[in-house]
Design a protein around this ligand. Structure first.
Ligand code: PLP
Length: 371
């Protein structure tokens, strides 16, 4: 059993994907070829925004967004300590300070009720993460940000295709960023990412930043870097987008089915909580249990892979202990509690219901033998 199956979707759509790749090999425009603009148009329409700026990775997308907003040395950006390191890392990389705010215990997303207290005169943005595929509380977050005239950047690396009150992730904030890393809900065959916005000035700045701050050849009005997506990755994404709606539907159905089945092992294992107005894409199907380590060990013995997203909250990461004022934040009891209890089950659109049943049976049998 695969934790995430990347081979089956390729096998099923091999012809379309191979043809799309071959077209790039034939025209040879490997950098900023015609597939880039075509993909950006398609992604902008999908998300429901005016501008999409494709990027070399989700990490590049976060950097491009913050650089376009002028975030740099001495600034503060409010974010969550319970996620992958990229948001806090990119904030610190620009010389700004990631200011951590604890999460909501049910959704694992940043707790909007705690944001206001963290705002100072140095706060230049709020960067919530839509963790595991469920959007953060954007109405509340945008209202707080609006009152302080601060932009909001969604890290939607795990939530491409998710909806919040009927609107798609990526189009809910000043700038939305996502990742097309192979194991993300919409994955390419290497690194890729994108920024989304309705603000034309920010869009122009981000598209300059990703080509070394160029506005025309060898003329550089702003500081940039190489943040481009490869044409080959755009071609692969164009082919994969054709089936993405079906895959999102399947993720939604399989996630719901997992949650129903987990009632068998409640309350020893807690299923993810999804707000009624959210549709999660379940980038990870993450549960929690006191008996996490035992369950993981026993499942591994019978060939069921699991993963822990994430075992160490970011304020505890060694790298941040060395950066003045970053590592000594906290305590963040909800993040720390989650880090000690969560684990993710195999989840992808090609997971069979038989495999789902096998996973639940295995968890039930581990718990049965402990009680
Ligand atoms: C994967 C991920 C990223 C980084 O994306 P890359 O494309 O790997 O650079 C950023 N934020 C979160 C929450 C992620 O899960």
């Amino acid at each position: 059993m695969d934790f995430i199956d990347l081979k089956t979707p390729y096998a099923r759509h091999k012809q379309e994907i191979d043809n799309s790749i071959q077209r790039v090999l034939d025209h040879g425009r490997y950098i900023m070829g015609p597939e880039i603009e075509e993909l950006e148009g398609r992604l902008a329409a999908y998300v429901g925004v005016e501008h999409c700026i494709s990027a070399g990775s989700g990490t590049d997308a976060l950097l491009m967004a913050m650089m376009a907003l002028g975030i740099g040395i001495g600034d503060e950006v409010i974010t969550t300590p319970f996620t992958f390191i990229a948001p806090a890392e990119t904030i610190a990389f620009l010389g700004a300070k990631p200011v951590f705010v604890d999460i909501d215990p049910a959704t694992y997303n940043i707790d909007p009720a705690l944001i206001e207290k963290a705002i100072t005169t140095k706060t230049k943005a709020i960067m919530p993460v839509s963790l595991y595929g469920q959007c953060a509380e954007f109405d509340e977050i945008n209202a707080i940000a609006g009152a302080h005239k601060i932009p909001v950047i969604e890290d939607g690396a795990q939530s491409f295709g998710a909806t919040y009150k009927g609107r798609r992730s990526g189009g809910l904030t000043t700038i939305g960023c996502t990742s097309f890393f192979p194991s993300k809900p919409l994955g390419c065959y290497g690194d890729g990412g994108a920024c989304f916005t309705n603000d034309g000035n920010l869009a122009t700045r981000m598209s300059q930043i990703r080509v070394h701050g160029q506005d025309r050849r060898y003329h550089h009005p702003v500081l940039g870097f190489n943040g481009r997506m490869d044409t080959l990755q755009a071609a692969i994404l164009l082919a994969k987008l054709e089936t993405y709606d079906d895959e999102v539907d399947t993720r939604y159905r399989l996630g719901g089915r997992f949650t129903d089945q987990l009632a068998r092992v409640a309350p020893a294992v807690t299923a993810p909580y999804v707000e009624s107005y959210n549709a999660s894409v379940y980038a990870q199907y993450t549960v929690q249990s006191e008996n996490r380590d035992l369950i993981i060990k026993e499942l591994a013995l019978i060939g069921i892979p699991t993963a822990v997203h994430y075992p160490v909250p970011l304020h505890r990461q060694p790298v941040f202990q060395a950066i003045e004022g970053v590592g000594n934040q906290g305590p963040f009891p909800t993040s720390e509690n989650a880090a000690s209890r969560v684990f993710s089950l195999p989840m992808h659109p090609y997971l069979s219901t038989d495999d789902q049943d096998k996973i639940i049976d295995a968890i039930a049998s581990v718990l049965g033998s402990t009680s």
